[in-house]
Design a protein around this ligand. Structure first.
Ligand code: SF4
Length: 467
């Protein structure tokens, strides 16, 4: 490897948790002298941070590795490392099956990267790749790995509060690839968020596969998600978000904190997955249809300006037309602000893969998917249009597509908003009035004088108190 020009390109698959892991990878490599680049063509090292949740993850790794193989023909000093869930699950098989891969590292071995890269370099020099697989694949540890995160944004920060999940929904690979639930101690989380607030971050996003189960693995009953949120309301950080919620684990305490005027953003992403109790049972979800609809009603009553979004799987094994109709009806009743809707596909290693036959035909899955997408689009547009005329607070994320002089951001309830404003509003909180809406989000105009609207509304109220 050319030691004078250490450049790394990181390709991330999957959810926000994996994106945050990539920030950890970037931080470890920055300490080892690497700088991030935006394409594999200009890199000396390429890292794939993989995910098993989507379809055919192994094939995707091999197909992307094919691109790197071609780049290696022009740049023999290029190295390829594979991390994330696919690496954790397949380990040596991945290394043996694809000669382009130089090393493989598990979900808990990110801090080992500099050593692995060095080892891969020596193995290549000695021409002993097959004899000496370069891998670090520790078992998932009891504690969450502490990493020197190099964050992609200077105003929005991801903060892990839990890893893993102990719920074992029948379709889900997470408990097998990331292990059982592990929670960070509240003191560590509060210290990290305090530091981010001091550095000028406007928003933190608390991450966990199931944030509402926070603390369930710890002995102290006072350590729970509601109390963590309450403690975070005392910090001078303007916005706190969280994802994802699991309906069976959301407590009345969490709904109560959400309903108070504080820095916790009014958005709950909680997966319902199906509207049929029969299917929910086969999925091993811990909630029923009625429980879920009651939960939606309780959240909407406590947080009228809130936004509830969801995930749905269509075509789960055994899902009949009647089961599907119940999902359609649930969508109509719950009126989600948005929904990620997927076709079921069996994942080796999960309970449903071994227990059930994937018996809903592909065309039928596609029909059900299209039907729900169409319905949800209509509901999303209608829910967005209810915001027209209201005043909202937007965190400006950057220039908007659609012309110069336009910026886009996110409201507290996580809707996209586009408004006229200068590029240097990026990273600032702006008050706006909603003037229009469609399926994609909101359109607005900034409110008041500029100095006034650039003042972070919540931070301005609380910064004095917290000192
Ligand atoms: S609660 Fe979510 S992460 Fe946990 S097993 Fe179920 S689907 Fe997977």
């Amino acid at each position: 490897m050319n030691r004078g020009a250490k450049r790394v390109y990181i390709h991330t698959w999957g959810c926000q948790m994996n994106e945050h892991k990539s920030e950890g990878i970037a931080g470890v490599l920055a300490r080892a002298g690497y700088r991030l680049v935006g394409s594999p063509e200009s890199a000396d090292l390429v890292i794939f941070n993989t995910c098993m949740v989507r379809e055919k993850p192994e094939e995707k790794v091999y197909s992307e590795a094919g691109v790197i193989r071609m780049l290696k023909e022009n740049n023999p000093d290029l190295f390829l490392g594979i991390g994330g869930c696919v690496a954790q699950a397949l380990g040596e098989k991945l290394f043996r099956r694809n000669g382009t891969i130089d090393f493989v590292f598990g979900s808990s071995n990110i801090a080992d990267l500099p050593r692995l890269i060095e080892q891969a370099r020596r193995v290549r020099q000695n021409g002993r790749r097959q004899a000496q697989p370069v891998m670090a694949l520790d078992k998932i540890p009891e504690h969450i790995e502490d990493l020197p995160f190099l964050r992609a944004s200077l105003f929005q920060a991801k903060v892990t509060i839990t890893e893993g999940c102990s719920n074992f929904c029948s379709f889900c690979i997470v408990p097998y690839t990331t292990g059982l639930l592990r929670s960070r101690l509240p003191g560590e989380i509060l210290a990290e968020v305090s530091t981010l607030a001091q550095r000028g971050y406007q928003e933190v996003q608390l991450l966990g596969q199931n944030v509402d189960s926070y603390g369930n693995d710890l002995d102290d009953p006072q350590i729970n998600f509601a109390n963590l949120l309450r403690a975070l309301t005392q910090l001078p950080i303007p916005r706190v978000r969280f994802t994802s919620s699991n309906p069976q684990d959301i407590t009345p305490g969490v709904i109560e904190v959400l309903g108070e005027a504080n820095n916790i953003c009014e958005h709950v992403h909680m997966a319902v997955q199906s509207g049929s109790d029969r299917v929910l049972q086969a999925m091993r979800r811990g909630h029923s249809r009625d429980y879920f609809l009651d939960l939606v009603a309780r959240i909407k009553a406590a947080v009228p300006q809130g936004n509830i979004t969801t995930d749905i799987i269509v075509g789960f094994p055994g899902e009949s037309e009647r089961d599907f109709e119940q999902t359609v009806e649930l969508l109509r009743q719950a009126r989600f602000g948005g929904a990620y809707i997927f076709k079921y596909s069996p994942r080796p290693g999960t309970i449903s893969y071994y227990k059930y036959q994937d018996d809903v035909p592909a065309e039928e899955k596609q029909r059900r998917l299209a039907h729900l997408l169409e319905l949800q689009k209509r509901i999303t547009a209608e829910e967005n249009s209810k915001r027209v005329g209201q005043a909202v607070e937007a965190l400006i994320e950057g220039p908007a597509r659609g012309g110069p002089g336009l910026v886009c951001g996110k409201t507290r309830d996580n809707k996209s908003i586009v408004l006229a404003g200068p590029a240097d509003w990026q990273g600032k909180l702006v008050r706006a009035r909603v003037t229009g809406a469609d399926i994609g989000g909101l359109y607005g105009e900034a409110l008041g004088e500029q100095e006034e609207l650039l003042r972070p509304s919540y931070a301005a109220q609380t910064a004095g108190e917290a000192r």
